[in-house]
Every structure is written in structure tokens, then in C-alpha cells.
Design a protein around this ligand. Structure first.
Ligand SMILES: [Zn+2]
Length: 75
């Protein structure tokens, strides 16, 4: 009888984009876009390279989506 095997080990990175079975909320989509960019961007991954304009814009989009969601909750 075949026993289930453990999944293969990851690459050691703790940051992962949001992954869901269903549709992501706007906040999750914005955070996922930021995280996907961060993981692939040479500038973001190297603290000595300075500020990344793309990451800054994606972070602002995330903050705006978060603010909209917060206002909906607090009405
Ligand atoms: Zn970047």
C-alpha cells in the first residue's frame, strides 16, 4: 500500500503571494500584486539599490484598497 509522501521542500522564502481557491478580495489582489513584484524585482530584493517606484505605486494601491475595505466595515 502506498503511503502519502511529504511535499517537496520549498526554496526557503517566507514571502508568498496570496493564493486562494476562490476569488481574491480587492485587498488580497493588491497585496498579491505587490508581493509578486517584490519577489521578482532586483531592486526590491537588494536593500542597497535604493527605492523602487513600481513597488511604491503597488503599495499605495494596496493601502487605498485597504482603506476602502476599512470604510465599508466601519460604515
Ligand atoms: Zn521593485
Amino acid at each position: 500500500m502506498d503511503e502519502p509522501r511529504d511535499p517537496a521542500p520549498g526554496d526557503g522564502s517566507s514571502r508568498q503571494p496570496a493564493v486562494g481557491v476562490g476569488r481574491l478580495s480587492p485587498v488580497q489582489q493588491a497585496y498579491s500584486a505587490y508581493t509578486v513584484h517584490y519577489l521578482a524585482c532586483v531592486i526590491c530584493r537588494d536593500v542597497d539599490r535604493g527605492w523602487c517606484d513600481v513597488a511604491e505605486q503597488l503599495w499605495k494601491v494596496y493601502q487605498a484598497a485597504d482603506e476602502v475595505a476599512y470604510r465599508k466595515l466601519t460604515g
